[in-house]
Design a protein around this ligand. Structure first.
Ligand code: UT7
Length: 328
């Protein structure tokens, strides 16, 4: 296959399973509420010995090996995350060292929430277009350690995980990146986010005492509305940019935040259930990791076959959205 695209896929989830019943022991919630409102049955949480870097490295190593490469072959590293290893420097610097890669360009794409990975794919493609190279792109999130475990309206939705791909060009490409769409509507920046720690609301003793650094602000209903509207519209735009029709699509891999959001997008696009990949029931919302994790799983399970046309679509805090069309 010619063109620029994915050479290898990888993913990693921690082994510790947290079920809805486990949450019901800690919070005023139950399996029925969580399942009916979100479709989530269980999620994975990192154990105390794991950090963002461990999750990212495990997914990256699998992607590099799946591409038939070693870390030495990488020319650039992009990590999409909102739950970095440390505040600064970025997770990409830590990952470069952990993988034993050369002294390559490496940077994080942070702050765009769950839309980060697909946006990073778009950036990686243009970097390869400018100079032929191999770019590792990782989406990773360890949300369980930073969220508020006492807030039932957000805590039950999230999980930890990582996904990774290597982008390059030539005969070894497994999925060509055909088209992209990404956008931002900053008037909705307050419907989803974590404010404490920035200059507007610096971290302080007072913030710590009221647990401000764990406080995810979320207007669930508005996020729901924006997510459906933007993912559906953006999916149509990328298909048009690729010059392809909806009836040619073999699989849509949407951001896995909530099964009801996924179903609403599917209805808007007029697609059958079997054309949309879902694993939110097993992993919850793993932020920027959901799309690469789902894509890697779908690929390794044989759910995606050579010749398939695949649409990726995501939304995240910002409000940001991003979509891509891939030809396997
Ligand atoms: O990557 C982006 C991350 N965020 C999202 O994707 C969120 C998008 N939005 C959603 O997924 C949904 O809006 C939610 C799942 C968050 C909520 O579903 P909803 O149908 O919009 O419920 P709601 O906000 O209307 O809440 C209904 C009730 C409330 O009680 P009252 O005020 O009606 O008495 C909540 O207090 O459900 C209550 N509630 C819960 N009850 C049991 C909220 N969380 C829980 C819980 N267990 N975990």
């Amino acid at each position: 296959m010619a063109g620029i695209g994915i050479l290898g896929f990888g993913s990693y989830v921690p082994s510790r399973v947290m079920t809805n019943d486990d949450w019901a022991e800690l919070l005023d919630t139950d399996d029925e509420w969580i399942t009916s409102r979100s479709g989530i049955k269980e999620r994975r949480f990192a154990d105390d010995s794991e950090s963002t870097l461990d999750l990212a490295a495990a997914a990256a190593e699998q992607a590099i090996s799946d591409a038939g490469l070693t870390a030495d072959d990488l020319d650039e590293i992009i990590v999409a995350t909102d739950t970095p290893e440390v505040y600064t420097p970025d997770t990409a610097a830590h990952l470069q060292h952990r993988l034993g890669a050369g002294e390559v360009t490496a940077f994080d794409l942070g702050g765009s929430g769950c839309a980060g990975f697909v946006l990073a794919l778009d950036i990686a493609k243009t970097r390869v277009q400018a100079t032929p190279k191999k770019v590792l792109v990782v989406g990773v999130e360890l949300i369980s350690r930073l969220m508020d475990w006492t807030d039932r309206s957000t805590a039950v939705l999230f999980g930890d995980g990582a996904g990774a791909v290597v982008i390059g060009e030539g005969d070894l490409v497994k999925a060509e990146l055909l088209s992209f769409d990404a956008g931002t509507d900053g008037q909705y920046s307050d419907i989803l986010g974590l404010e404490t720690g920035g200059t507007r609301r610096p971290f302080s003793l007072e913030e710590a005492q009221k647990d401000g650094h764990h406080e995810i602000a979320m207007n669930g209903r508005e996020v729901f509305r924006q997510a459906v509207r933007r993912m559906a519209a953006s999916s149509e735009i990328v298909l048009e940019r690729a010059g392809r029709r909806k009836d040619e699509v073999a699989l849509v891999i949407p951001h896995q935040a909530n099964l009801r959001i996924i179903d609403a997008v599917r209805h808007k696009l007029g697609l059958d259930e079997d054309l949309v990949y879902v694993n939110v029931d097993r992993y919850g919302n793993t932020g920027s990791a959901t799309v690469p994790l789902a894509m890697s799983e779908a690929h390794h399970e044989g759910r995606i076959k050579p010749g398939d046309l695949v649409v990726l679509t995501a939304f995240g805090a910002g409000f940001h959205w991003s979509s891509a069309v891939l030809q396997f």
